[in-house]
Ligand binder design. Sequence first.
Ligand SMILES: [Mg+2]
Length: 311
Amino acid sequence: MRVLIADDTVLMRAMLSEQVASYGHEVILARDGREALDRAWSEPFDIAIIDWEMPHLSGLEVCWHLRADPRSAYAYLILMTAHDDAFYEFKALDAGADDFIHKPVNSAHLKARLKAGGRIAAMQQQLLDQARTDPLTGLANRRSVLERAEEEIARSRRYGHPLSVVMADIDHFKRINDTYGHAAGDEALKRFARALHEDLRPCDLVGRYGGEEFVVLLPETGIADAPMVAERLRARVAALPVEQDGVRFHMTASFGVAAVDGIGVDGIGGDGAAPGPGPAGGRGIEAALTEADAALYRAKEAGRNRVVVAG
Ligand SMILES: [Mg+2]
């Protein structure tokens, strides 16, 4: 586990970090409340051990901030104080702490608390992963794709880099289900997802948008290059056999491609490229997806198994 330790005394930090590291955990150190928040939001952690009495921000305030922020809302927080009074314990739990330990810290006690906290943190992580994943294909689900797409858009605007989106839809999917059965339909979806996953770069964002529709976000890729990526995917999918219960068949898919924000329309990213309309005039992922979807519709109209570029 990654354990954030926030304490303003050198001795306490040294002692806690040595103990926590000796249990096999990775330690992230912070010297006060403000640094604790900075570290917490820049480096993911599983459990935080936070001293109550610290300059700038108290441990109690750190707990409030961590709970209120989506980046750390589900972390396991242990507040620590020398005060041996039930009042402090109530206040700690009320501020959002999951647990409370007294100073001086008993090492066996700390070890047990970390173990219990680790169980909760792991379960939270598992639930979060499940909520973001499409169970059939293992790809990001619609909600997760939209969330991560907004992050990618913000990044591309910040650096003036191009970003494109591809909507893909398996052709005549209902016919696959009707002809070969629903297990074969599921297998086709899984095979399709795997093809996307294998063909694309790790930085590309791939998700199941719903039904037999998939979405691919291509960072650093302008509208001049994105259709080539889509064409490669199209050819790969068309060549892939799907096998289910000894039956073998082929599928095709149609693709709609659109630029996000019109950034890098000429396909030139970074240096020299105009950084698009900027945050104020920029549009969200929804507008780009609507364009890509319209292009996808035209690909279907034109006979399927093809790539159409928006506009
Ligand atoms: Mg202190």
